[in-house]
Ligand binder design. Structure first.
Ligand code: SAM
Length: 398
């Protein structure tokens, strides 16, 4: 069979029967030496399609591989610093290393990007060669009890994260929160409907492995000056700026889904059409923005990471500010607001040696007074309630 294009998507409960079919067929196709007929029969009798939903409810993530609109395999993994791949099955007639390998890579990328430093799995003896070819090292052997009560030999395998990705770029850890409490039904509808429409495509490495730059004209449907807000929280400032500047296109990035949902309902009620939202990491977006494509970038009350050993997690590390500088147009503006004096220190320490940035500060009022078009964000309100002083830093892209 010739190779056709494989795509990947997150599991939804409507996939459950198909996954059980793939899973059952894959087990049935295993060599007899591995699983005898009693084991297979017991396996089938004990499985229900709802187990996939239960796994997801327990924190597992399932990625489904789709070919010609038909699911052809899936991988299940459990996130954590020591990630675990728990299942990898491919439709037997499509069994070739290609789909299994591509699925495993999806899981590995997600786990390593989320900060896992090692991925473990328990492989059947007939699959160990496959995993070894994907860079997994064999650990201890173990025996598990099959559904028919027999002992089955397995082997523990592990893969450690390399210092860099295969393409030579660094792995990134995201340390923030992505989810808070469950979204209300109307919020979920916004996320499934309106967000999908205004979300730029081709941001993540999975969606755009070649890192082809975004077409901003196409994104906004017109030529418009483009601004970026990094970590918009619940979006108070982005909402305010979008209303004040209807001729500008604003892209907001925010991985915290509950914040995105709050912003989406405000945007819907106000009928704003000049905002696009990437519900994820701004660093992924910066990589695919065309050079010199932004007129303004806002970084407002970024996560402070107060402990010295966590300062590397702050957004204002050199590699991120180099990426911001690359995306800003000459004369463009980079605004940073923070209530943490040590965050001001780090921002100045990183920007001062960079020829791309000029700090616009002649008198204390330049960093003590808010910008004339400013609106208070939720984090600023909290800072003021707790008696901390806001600082407003303005940099010009040289
Ligand atoms: C302290 S909150 C401030 C939110 C908002 N700007 C405000 O002032 O209310 C920082 C926000 O940055 C987001 N964030 C952290 N790292 C990010 C990244 N790499 N890309 C985009 N947003 C990020 C967090 O999810 C969080 O919502």
């Amino acid at each position: 069979m010739t190779d056709t294009e494989l795509t990947f998507r997150a599991y939804t409960p409507t996939d459950r029967d198909l996954l059980l079919q793939i899973h059952t067929a894959a087990i049935a196709a295993l060599p007899d030496a591995y699983y005898d007929s009693a084991d297979r029969g017991a396996w089938c009798a004990n499985r229900t399609a709802a187990q996939y939903d239960a796994a997801v409810a327990d924190g597992a993530v399932i990625i489904v591989a789709v070919e010609r609109d038909v699911p052809v395999g899936f991988v299940t993994y459990v996130p954590g610093p020591k990630g675990e791949v728990t299942m990898l099955y491919v439709q037997p007639e499509r069994h070739g290393a290609r789909i299994g390998q591509a699925l495993l890579q999806q899981a590995e990328t997600a786990l390593f990007e989320q900060g896992a430093t090692v991925i473990g799995l328990i492989a059947s003896l007939n699959a160990r060669g496959f995993y070894a070819a994907q860079g997994y090292l064999e650990g201890a052997g173990l025996s598990i009890e099959t559904d028919a009560g027999h002992a089955l030999d397995m082997v523990r395998m592990e893969k450690h994260r390399t210092a860099l990705r295969p393409d030579g770029t660094p792995w990134r850890n995201f340390y923030g929160r992505r989810h808070g409490k469950k979204l209300r039904p109307a919020q979920q509808r916004d996320m499934d409907g309106a967000l999908v429409e205004i979300q730029p495509k081709g941001i993540t490495r999975a969606d755009n492995p070649t890192r082809t730059p975004l077409d901003l004209h196409e994104l906004f449907g017109r030529e418009a000056p483009t601004w970026l807000e990094i970590g918009f929280g619940a979006g108070e400032h982005m909402f305010h700026q979008a209303g004040l500047n209807p001729d500008v296109g604003i892209i907001g990035c925010e991985p915290y889904i509950n914040g995105v949902a709050q912003f989406m309902s405000k945007m819907r009620d106000a009928g704003l059409s000049n905002v696009r939202v990437h519900p994820g990491d701004a660093r992924d977006l910066l990589e695919v923005l065309p050079e010199a494509s932004l007129d303004k970038v806002f970084l407002l009350y970024p996560d402070p990471w107060p402990k010295t050993r966590h300062h590397r997690r702050r957004f204002v590390v050199p590699e991120n500010l180099v990426a911001v500088a690359r995306a800003l147009t000459p004369g463009g503006i980079f605004r940073v607001a923070t209530d943490i004096p040590d965050y001001v220190r780090q921002t100045l320490e990183v920007t001062q040696p960079m020829p791309e940035f000029e700090w616009h500060a002649e008198a204390p009022a330049d960093w003590r007074d808010p910008w004339s078009d400013w609106t208070r964000t939720r984090y600023e309100a909290k800072a003021i309630r707790e008696d901390r002083t806001p600082h407003y830093l303005t940099f010009r892209r040289v």
